[in-house]
Design a protein around this ligand. Structure first.
Ligand code: KG4
Ligand code: ZN
Length: 338
């Protein structure tokens, strides 16, 4: 029998549910984004996020079952994001998943959110891509992994400070382009010239792998202040060549991500790269990494944009693999922020 898995995601600011058949076939996907609730604060407010999940989670699950034309009793298991994320948000998804699994006597499958972002990219590959290198770039994470299979990933490098998505969000705040910053900065960047302003790219001195984006953010800030660290930051409408700043910043992030990812492929002698997480929606990153990868014999796979940002399809998909491997949890399952 082909498994029918309900996935539930509530780690940050998207409440999502999806039904996937046989690990790959998407029967339904519902995502409720909280962006409007957090936009005025310029970032995710944990308490607002938790309460919003509480209000939306059952309607979202109901919608996903409805879209798939299924009832809870038809399912083979319930997969839920168990870590990492905002604890008050994770608890909502985990509590609901436990209750549904308990009352319907279904296996409960805990899923690691970052591994699920990688799985999203593998779902778009015609053949299993393993072993491969995986780059996860989101609002909370920027890391490179070596993946032997969907269930065996080892960390190669991470960021010393900000995640790439966080840098987009902070620079967007400086440029006055709104929240979430990634799509807005990227849109503004299309009107600019990415060769006009060269911002620094971090590279570990010893040639090892690693990311850092806080220096880049500071150098955008100093640029806006005319090179004088103590000068006031200009209002967004007074910023000169605002689109060039956006384009130069985006190019610096993309260059750092592409250089390090391709170095990881070379070091590990793996010609396959999977990319996941919200920043994987970025058009310039998709274009540049695909092109630079091809020049070095590396095939790069990105999920469709809807499966780059937080969604429950990736949770149900990876949940199916975990169920096959017998990696289910007891009803004492706890959520973990890290
Ligand atoms: O994976 P995700 O939905 O949530 C986390 O797990 O963090 O990623 C959200 C992040 C935000 O920082 C957002 O600004 C960024 O992904 N993002 C983008 C783009 N679309 C979303 N960054 C750059 N370019 C984009 N087109
Ligand atoms: Zn995510």
């Amino acid at each position: 029998m082909t498994e029918l898995i309900l996935g539930i995601e509530s780690s940050c600011d998207e409440t999502a549910a999806a039904v996937v058949r046989g690990a790959r076939e998407v029967l339904s996907s519902v995502v409720h984004s909280q962006i409007d609730e957090h936009a005025v604060y310029g970032g995710v407010v944990p308490e607002i996020a938790g309460r919003s999940h509480l209000r939306k989670i059952l309607p979202v699950i109901d919608g996903a079952l409805d879209q798939a034309g299924l009832r809870l009793e038809d399912l083979s298991g319930i997969a839920v994001t168990q870590c990492p994320g905002l604890i008050g948000s994770l608890l909502v998804g985990v509590s609901v998943a436990k209750s549904l699994a308990f009352t319907h006597n279904l296996p409960l499958i805990p899923v690691h959110h970052i591994e699920a972002h990688v799985y999203a990219a593998s779902m778009e590959c015609a053949e299993p891509p393993y072993p491969c290198i995986a780059l996860v770039v989101s609002g909370g994470h920027t890391a490179l992994y070596r993946a032997e299979s969907p269930l065996e990933m080892s960390l190669l490098a991470t960021t010393l400070d900000d995640a790439a998505g966080e840098a987009f969000d902070k620079v967007s705040w400086l440029l006055g382009t709104g929240y979430p910053g990634g799509p807005e900065v990227s849109k503004l960047a299309t009107e600019g010239d990415r060769t006009q302003i060269r911002f620094p790219r971090y590279k570990p001195k010893d040639g090892s792998l690693g990311f850092s984006f806080s220096g880049l953010k500071t150098s955008v800030l100093y640029h806006l202040r005319g090179g004088d660290a103590l000068a006031p930051t200009p209002e967004p409408d007074k910023i000169e060549r605002r689109a060039d700043v956006a384009a130069g910043f985006e190019e610096a992030v993309v260059d750092a991500l592409a250089t390090q990812s391709l170095q990881a492929c070379r070091q590990e002698r793996l010609p396959r790269l999977l990319v996941g997480g919200g920043v994987a929606c970025n058009r310039r990153l998709r274009e540049s990494l695909t092109e630079r990868g091809a020049q070095r014999g590396v095939t790069v796979t990105f999920p469709s944009p809807a499966y780059c940002t937080d969604n429950a399809v990736m949770i149900a998909g990876l949940g199916t693999e975990l169920l096959r491997a017998g990696r289910t949890a007891g009803f004492d399952l706890d959520a973990a922020s890290r």
